[in-house]
Design a protein around this ligand. Structure first.
Ligand SMILES: [Zn+2]
Length: 153
């Protein structure tokens, strides 16, 4: 274990934990205690720059936050249990969340463009199947994926 990992473990972390989701999307974040609907339970910090990166999140039209302790690892869901307040830099519960549950956000809520678009299997009734930023259409790969789904092949 590195010295850095040791010290970050001792920092207060708002009872959140980065975990392995055992899926193609790799890491996720779960809450170690129950959260109530509407509760802002984690204030995030990080490095703000103009650079769009794999685990960055969009703060304003031109700025992205990266090197965050948790929020860069939040999983996407089309029916998420959390949202990011980019004015207050808070992670907010959208519903009551039991202890141990994985936290999710809708990536298109904050991101104009994604670092990488992807197929979604979140299981929500309103799942969009292919996730893009809010100001971009599906890539060629995404168009092919959606067309194949529609034709059932
Ligand atoms: Zn989905």
């Amino acid at each position: 274990m590195t010295a850095q990992a040791q010290s970050s473990r001792e920092m207060p972390n708002d009872a959140l934990e980065v975990c392995d989701t055992r899926s193609a999307h790799g890491l996720g974040v779960r809450t170690l205690v129950a959260r109530r609907r509407g509760e802002a339970f984690h204030r995030f910090t990080g490095v703000i720059s103009a650079e769009l990166r794999q685990h960055s999140l969009q703060v304003t039209e031109d700025l992205h936050i990266s090197d965050t302790q948790f929020i860069g690892y939040l999983s996407h869901s089309c029916a998420p249990n959390c949202r990011l307040d980019m004015d207050a830099f808070d992670l907010v519960a959208l519903c009551d969340i039991p202890a141990g549950a994985r936290l999710t956000i809708d990536y298109a809520e904050t991101e104009d463009r994604l670092f990488r678009q992807f197929a979604c299997h979140c299981g929500a009734a309103a799942c969009r199947n292919w996730i893009t930023g809010r100001r971009e259409g599906p890539t060629i790969e995404g168009q092919a994926y959606l067309a194949a789904r529609r034709s059932g092949t």
